[in-house]
Design a protein around this ligand. Structure first.
Ligand code: ATP
Ligand code: MN
Ligand code: MN
Length: 305
């Protein structure tokens, strides 16, 4: 017990970083070594969200501004601490990848991975998603206040369905609302559930929300992007860095923090460590404990805390 802040010693890696001084974010002055040190600070927070889960990876070996590619499979020269798994349904026949510990994460850093995008299901059972991500994508001209209101509305609707909701900045332009699930329903049911929420929001406020990806319809509106929830679909992990100027990270925040003081890219590799070290309470601490099922036989009921 007690009011323990931080967790004492940071994990160390055994993976060899080649060219540790290579610049990954030029404007923010973040090197490969600096990225590994950031993940060392973030490890105890990010671990539950990236370990034992298929990962899609945005790799930018030359840093932001160089060539980047979205990688869903194992690659030649990949660090040995990165795991592979055969997915029966993957038509490429190539193994998908994951990690089981801190060295795996540093193996990703060594491979030029600047963004980590997990599936919404664990390695253990690729057919049973254990979380839903509602990705709020502002169209041209949408204000921050409107994005904030959208996140609150998603929360209200998901909670009315019995799901707990956790919030993070995307590190890009929007917000992500994430609900932990008991892994009972399959992909079709979970994606169908997410689509229903998006459809209901756009039906009730057609001037504010759209649920379809068509670019033309998005001007001045927020896309409720439910498509992160299909089999093999991904969303950026909490605490993952983004391959964008300023070295932003997708940062979990408390609902009480949501407002004009925080923007989608407020948190960065440069300021995240201080935030994490000084957190009096982790806003996502109870994430897994709050898991609830969707699509059970019984009518959804409101949960109390
Ligand atoms: P923003 O707030 O700017 O929208 P975001 O991370 O939510 O940030 P989106 O464009 O809404 O970005 O989401 C893109 C999602 O699509 C990512 O989460 C990623 O997992 C997935 N994705 C699929 N293919 C790619 C690709 N080639 N490059 C980047 N992301 C991809
Ligand atoms: Mn988005
Ligand atoms: Mn999106």
């Amino acid at each position: 017990g007690g009011s323990k802040k931080g967790s004492g010693a940071l994990p160390r890696w055994t993976v060899k970083l080649t060219h540790p001084d290579r610049i990954y974010w030029k404007d923010a002055g973040v090197t490969k070594q600096g990225l590994a040190e950031y993940y060392s600070e973030a490890w105890r927070f990010i671990a539950p969200h990236v370990v034992h889960r298929p990962l899609a990876l945005l790799r930018c070996p030359g840093g932001v501004g160089g060539q980047c590619f979205f990688q869903k499979h194992a690659w030649k020269g990949m660090n040995g601490k990165i795991l592979t798994l055969h997915d029966q349904k993957d038509k490429s026949g190539e193994p998908i990848v994951g990690i089981d510990g801190f060295d795996g994460l540093i193996g990703l850093v060594q491979g030029g991975v600047l963004e980590i995008h997990p599936w919404q299901a664990p390695f253990d059972d690729l057919e049973k998603p254990d979380q839903i991500v509602m990705d709020l994508d502002p169209g041209e001209g949408v204000t921050w206040d409107e994005i904030v209101a959208a996140a609150r509305e998603v929360r209200e609707r998901m909670e009315a369905e019995g799901l707990a909701c956790f919030l993070k900045t995307s590190g890009g332009k929007g917000l992500h609302v994430v609900s932990p699930l008991e892994p009972r329903a399959g992909w079709e049911a979970v994606k169908g559930f997410a689509k229903r929420i998006a459809d209901e929001m756009s039906a009730d406020s057609p001037d504010r929300f759209v649920a379809t990806v068509s670019k033309a319809k998005r001007k001045g509106k927020i896309l409720i992007d439910y498509l992160r929830n299909g089999r093999g679909a991904t969303a950026v992990a909490p605490y993952s860095t983004r391959a964008r100027d300023g070295a932003p990270v997708s940062m979990p925040i408390g609902w009480e923090e949501l407002g004009p003081d925080i923007g989608p890219a407020t948190f960065t590799v440069t300021n995240a460590a201080a935030r994490l070290a000084n957190l009096s309470a982790d806003p996502w601490e109870n994430f897994r404990k709050a898991a609830a099922p969707i699509g059970g036989p019984e009518k959804p009921t409101r949960r109390t805390a």
